[in-house]
Write a protein that binds this ligand. Structure first.
Ligand SMILES: C[C@@]1(CC(=O)O)c2cc3[nH]c(cc4nc(cc5[nH]c(cc(n2)[C@H]1CCC(=O)O)[C@@](C)(CC(=O)O)[C@@H]5CCC(=O)O)C(CC(=O)O)=C4CCC(=O)O)c(CCC(=O)O)c3CC(=O)O
Ligand SMILES: NC(=O)C1=CN([C@@H]2O[C@H](COP(=O)(O)OP(=O)(O)OC[C@H]3O[C@@H](n4cnc5c(N)ncnc54)[C@H](O)[C@@H]3O)[C@@H](O)[C@H]2O)C=CC1
Length: 244
């Protein structure tokens, strides 16, 4: 029988987009690596607490504490800091302390990343590109973090600047369509229709799509037509004309 399915390629990571909005993330350490972890966590709308003696905070972390973007516990890590935490990110410069933190996390079944010890990580960070709702993460699975950064920059260079803005509008359009056709039985038709729009329209056209354009979508959807940008505009120009 010929092979119809993808080959399994073990040794990778399960890359997922973990939802931490409103969750408590404990960061141990306040140096450069911690600053990166803190920014990633804030960008994902988590509530961040950093445990680190004040003297150890770098400028960026001290700034975020002063701005009250994060809570600060001014001392070295203690096990009860894990009370109420949903996730732990350790970035201290002492491997023995790191391993102790990892042990405490495992006793409590808390997901943890211990920056300097890959074998003591439930998950790794990756090199991140962000443009509005778009996030691209590159991982080399621990083989070459600097290479991850280089590959991420190469990918970013190939992406048009307006990709994020186009995706914002696709998000609005999908929401509008779900309001128009909320029924579960509409699912396959709705998904095909949106996929076709994403393939047919250029990024520039998606960016230019206005609220009025989106209001015309139900007409086309109900008639099972996948309109081009020009079709939508012909219709919106006509309706402007008749309403005058
Ligand atoms: C396993 C992992 C665990 C984790 O941290 O989650 C890990 C582990 C370690 N990194 C180390 C070193 C460096 N890390 C960086 C940079 C980054 N490291 C990141 C992730 C990861 N690092 C995870 C795997 C990711 C993957 O493989 O794809 C990035 C992508 C994301 C981020 O940290 O947010 C971020 C780039 C962000 C960006 O620029 O976009 C640089 C370069 C620099 O600082 O510019 C260096 C020096 C050069 C080099 O070594 O490559 C060492 C010490 C090694 C030693 O002592 O020799 C260890 C421990 C070890 O390997 O034993
Ligand atoms: N995974 C990664 O991406 C990378 C990991 N590393 C490793 O990550 C670790 C941290 O790196 P940096 O941030 O550059 O170091 P750093 O020296 O700037 O920061 C260490 C921080 O830990 C704090 N700290 C030390 N003991 C503590 C304790 N018991 N409780 C609370 N805070 C404590 C210090 O006050 C300081 O704020 C190092 O071991 C480094 O080798 C380094 C580069 C990249």
């Amino acid at each position: 029988m010929s092979q119809r399915f993808p080959d399994v390629q073990g040794g990778g990571s399960l890359i997922v987009a973990w939802q931490v909005k409103g969750k408590n993330i404990l960061v141990v350490g306040g140096g450069e690596v911690a600053a990166g972890r803190i920014l990633h966590s804030l960008n994902a709308d988590a509530k961040v607490t950093v445990v680190c003696p004040k003297s150890g905070l770098n400028d960026e972390v001290a700034f975020r504490v002063a701005q009250q973007q994060i809570s600060h516990v001014d001392r070295c890590f203690e096990p009860h800091d894990l009370d109420g935490a949903d996730m732990v990110l350790s970035a201290v410069d002492d491997p023995a302390t790191s391993s102790r933190i990892w042990q405490f996390c495992k006793e409590r079944q808390l997901p943890a990343n211990i920056a300097d010890i890959p074998s003591e990580c439930d998950f790794y960070f990756g090199s991140m590109y962000r443009d509005g709702p778009l996030q691209v993460m590159v991982s080399t699975n621990g083989n070459g973090p600097k290479m991850a950064s280089i590959v991420r920059k190469k990918i970013a260079d190939t992406l048009p600047q307006n990709t994020g803005a186009a995706i914002v509008n696709v998000g609005k359009l999908r929401k509008k369509l779900r309001d128009v056709a909320p029924d579960i039985s509409e699912g396959p038709k709705r998904m095909k229709w949106i996929s076709n729009i994403c393939e047919l329209w250029t990024l520039e056209e998606l960016v230019k799509m206005s609220d009025e354009d989106m209001d015309l979508v139900p007409t086309f959807y109900d008639a099972n037509i996948v309109p081009s940008f020009d079709d939508i505009h012909a219709k919106s120009d006509a309706s402007n004309f008749t309403s005058q």
